[in-house]
Design a protein around this ligand. Structure first.
Ligand SMILES: Nc1nc2c(ncn2[C@@H]2O[C@H](COP(=O)(O)OP(=O)(O)OP(=O)(O)O)[C@@H](O)[C@H]2O)c(=O)[nH]1
Ligand SMILES: [Mg+2]
Length: 441
């Protein structure tokens, strides 16, 4: 899946990559190719239109991203926009009922993979430690109940059916009542497939929904079905009210347009994907993985690293300038502490420095000390942080109270800061750093 899109995108990306300048004509050409690729992949025409307009507007309305060329900026925008139509970075969570069991109802056209998916969802939740049961209210197909229970027993999950009951609503009442007595966290409810949009069958689904009050009504969509599936999904959404989508058969060689369209068109997220017939061929929907598959994983990672490097370099430069101008304020001290602490525990960081590692076997760094320094600086007003000389007795008292420390400790931080500043002046004068370099705390 997505090979076709990936191929087309990568040829556009290769063309853009090196470009330092991009005029509107080049941009339009690239976007035209992308538009054709998306339409060929069966992405909904409204989604394609919006995608192209957004990228063009964003590119023309912003500066080139720091650290990237103009071409790379477009690639980054393509990635961001793809990610956004897929639903952001993280897989969306499952809705839960206020009190258990949470009922997850699966609906959709015939043969899209509802029953298989019921087993997959059950196994997924069971592997997370939940007690799960499955139930079938499919009265259309005689073998439907058996199919679900066979699948459930293969993964050791209780199955609730009643092959005698032919009335869907009565059946619903019965199986759900039975299942609820078992103290499950989740019950997955498999429903009968509908071949066409059939008013009567839709009403039946609505009634089942009213009866069981599911936290999720998930539309099981076959990714190989293209545009038609989207139109049907809209009908389902209108009639029954969906909370999300599960895309099945993503392992097929179809064009994959539905993955890029369905969330935008329905306004509900894709929660899981099925990637094969086996019960383990199933995973939460990670928009970033799909976006990277379409645009080329390597390309995106390189871009992100380049941006990161540009940002870090910029920060380091600013800091060095401040040091050289001896403008180092308490705010800068706090930033530095935060930065160092974000790297990990202090002892480990110090041990990684060549020449220090072996010598400080017994070194104990009191991490709490850093927390305290931060709290003290946080309790100062911005003016105090920039001009510490204004901090008199009553201000010290307020800062100590605000940070849960003592005046003594506030004094200590101010002294340490002064020492650091002095040290920096020295570095500036001599132009070099003297070792051993002693941290004042
Ligand atoms: N390749 C592939 N096949 C799948 C996937 N999910 C389901 N299938 C297959 O699709 C076919 C139909 O699956 P079912 O689970 O019976 O579909 P259903 O929606 O319950 O069908 P009805 O109850 O008749 O509406 C089976 O052959 C499954 O093995 C998937 O993610 N990938
Ligand atoms: Mg079925």
């Amino acid at each position: 899946m997505f090979e076709l899109l990936a191929e087309k995108f990568s040829s556009v990306i290769d063309r853009l990559k090196g470009a330092k300048k991009i005029d509107e004509k080049t941009l339009d050409e690239a976007l035209r190719d992308i538009r054709v690729a998306l339409l060929d992949a069966d992405v909904h025409v409204d989604v394609v239109k919006q995608f192209i307009t957004d990228i063009k507007q964003k590119f023309l309305g912003q500066e080139v991203i720091k650290g990237l060329t103009a071409g790379e900026t477009i690639i980054k925008l393509l990635y961001d926009e793809t990610l956004s139509i897929l639903g952001g970075q993280e897989p969306p969570a499952l809705n839960k009922s206020e009190k258990p069991p949470t009922i997850i109802m699966l609906v959709g056209l015939q043969g899209t993979g509802k029953t298989t998916t019921a087993g997959k969802v059950a196994k997924h939740l069971k592997s997370k430690g939940f007690r799960v049961g499955v139930a079938s209210v499919d009265v259309r197909r005689p073998a439907a109940a058996k199919q679900l229970c066979t699948l459930a027993s293969s993964i050791d999950i209780p199955c609730f059916v009643d092959e005698e009951e032919k009335d869907a609503l009565k059946l619903t009442e019965k199986v759900i009542e039975d299942a609820k007595k078992q103290g499950f966290s989740y019950i997955i409810l498999d429903t009968a497939g509908r071949l066409h949009i059939d008013q009567e069958l839709m009403e039946e689904l609505v009634k089942i929904k009213e009866k069981v009050k599911p936290a999720e009504v998930l539309y099981v969509a076959d990714a190989m079905q293209g545009q038609d599936a989207i139109n049907t999904a809209q009908e389902f959404h209108k009639a029954v009210g969906l909370t999300g989508v599960i895309l099945t058969k993503l392992d097929g060689d179809a064009r994959g347009g539905i993955a890029l369209s369905i969330r935008k068109i329905l306004g509900v997220p894709i929660k899981f994907i099925g990637t094969g017939e086996k019960i383990d061929n199933f995973e939460p929907f990670y928009p970033d993985r799909i976006a990277q598959r379409i645009l080329g994983l390597g390309d995106i990672q390189t871009l992100i690293e380049k941006m990161q490097a540009a940002i870090d370099e910029e920060k380091a430069k600013q800091m060095a300038e401040k040091v050289m101008n001896a403008e180092f304020t308490l705010e800068d001290l706090r930033d530095q502490i935060r930065m160092i602490r974000s790297l990990g525990p202090m002892e480990q960081i110090l041990k990684m420095i060549p020449g220090i590692g072996g010598k400080i076997k017994d070194l104990k760094v009191d991490e709490k000390q850093f927390v305290k320094i931060e709290a003290i600086i946080n309790s100062m007003t911005p003016e105090e942080r920039r001009k510490p000389f204004i901090i008199n007795g009553s201000r010290k008292k307020r800062i100590a109270r605000g940070s849960g420390t003592t005046i003594l400790e506030v004094n200590k931080v101010l002294k340490q800061y002064e020492e650091m500043k002095k040290m920096m002046k020295k570095i500036k004068k001599s132009g070099k750093m003297n070792f051993p370099f002693k941290l004042p705390f």
